[in-house]
Design a binder for this molecule. Sequence first.
Ligand code: 3PG
Length: 205
Amino acid sequence: MRKLLSGHRLVAVITLESSDDAVPLAKALVAGGLCALEVTLRTDAAVEGVSNIIREVPEAIVGTGTVCTTQQVALSEDLGCSYMVSPGATNELLEAGQRASIPLLPGVSTVSEMMNGMQFGYRDFKFFPAGACGGVTFLKSLQGPFPAVQFCPTGGVGVHNIGEYLALPNVLAVGGSWIAPVGLIRDKRWDEIENLARDAVALCT
Ligand code: 3PG
């Protein structure tokens, strides 16, 4: 994940209601300078949407999100994704991620979950839901005992706190849905999404 996200400090968490929105949305985000996209597998439109983005927007670094099962791990590989993100981490999922041809960013919200993931060889984790589980303070507390571990906090991250998160040495990147709000996608307000992406990326430098 570190290599993949090198230079990309913001991941857009996307939920698609229609696969037709996938390509214009991805193009708007990329035009705004945001190339790391996580398309959540929460809707029926997700699979076709991911496929369309990979085929038509080559600048995008596309991963699946809300990966909860080993079947979704296999699906993500088959779709040609660059990475996968899970909200939590079962041992079954951690094992499937180890065997997969693309990296899995497993979700954790406690020290013990993180240590369990470390036993499977993981060093990079999604910290979810970051805001509800201690946020910046939690991550600061882990710098001493776990200097080799890096996190991508998501859940409650936004323009109000992105700078605080990115200033932490153990934060690889942050993720959030505020750059691609479902309402703006539904209304196809691609220019506004491009501006949101540009403003967010400007906060990452
Ligand atoms: C998610 O998987 O839903 C992400 O963590 C997004 O959280 P957010 O909507 O608070 O940005």
